[in-house]
Design a protein around this ligand. Structure first.
Ligand SMILES: [Ca+2]
Ligand SMILES: [Ca+2]
Length: 205
């Protein structure tokens, strides 16, 4: 009986530990949006785009969020950027530049900024105001890597809706338990085993 109880406990503990390691990047409040004239620099690596979704990105567990600069289409005095934690991606960066940030489960804290014309800062989760905001495009593999999603920002200064003014590829890697977690788990199981053995030997005292 005790052996069954112990194996059940072991299975549930291991199951819980494994559940902690599984986390994904998901779209919240998504709704389809269509657009045209996606013709930014990112075209060369992403192909033509004509639809995506509104919404925000959230993670189901803690982990590392990666953002890769894929290109922009800006002119005149435009100056766009992408912020993630203390890091940012700028127009002056080389395409392929990557920044990363630890994120807790929930809405990912990133933003797009229009630093010139309108001075807008648009955070993930803000109410989108067509055509100002960003669309979430399907993930893909291109010369810069494999991405969970592509994000296309539109600054709307001219009222267009092409969502190629600043393009970022994003990835999420869920946290893996630290070795200490496993050490504590094994130590706990060891104590349990000792107490069971002690009880068993007491039966024969
Ligand atoms: Ca635009
Ligand atoms: Ca554009």
């Amino acid at each position: 009986m005790k052996r069954i109880a112990l194996s059940m406990l072991l299975a549930s503990v291991i199951g819980a530990a494994q559940a902690d390691t599984v986390g994904t990047l998901e779209v919240a409040n998504g709704s389809v949006v269509t657009f045209s004239n996606y013709d930014g620099e990112a075209l060369a690596v992403t192909g033509a785009q004509s639809s995506g979704s509104w919404g925000s990105l959230f993670t189901t567990a803690g982990g590392y969020f990666y953002a890769t600069y894929l290109g922009n289409e800006s002119g005149y005095t435009n100056d766009f950027s992408f912020g993630l934690g203390n890091g940012s991606l700028l127009e002056s960066n080389d395409t392929g530049t990557v920044i990363s940030q630890w994120v807790d489960a929930g809405t990912v804290n990133f933003s797009f900024s229009d630093n010139a014309d309108l001075g807008h800062v648009f955070h993930n989760g803000d109410q989108q105001s067509n055509p100002f905001g960003f669309v979430i495009l399907n993930g893909q593999t291109n010369i810069y890597g494999t991405f969970d999603y592509l994000l296309g920002f539109n600054d709307s200064w001219t009222g267009d809706a092409d969502y190629d003014d600043f393009v970022v590829g994003v990835n999420f890697v869920a946290a893996v338990p630290e070795p200490e977690t496993y050490a504590m788990l094994l130590a706990g199981l060891g104590l349990l085993g000792m107490s069971l053995r002690r009880r068993k030997s007491n039966m024969f005292d």
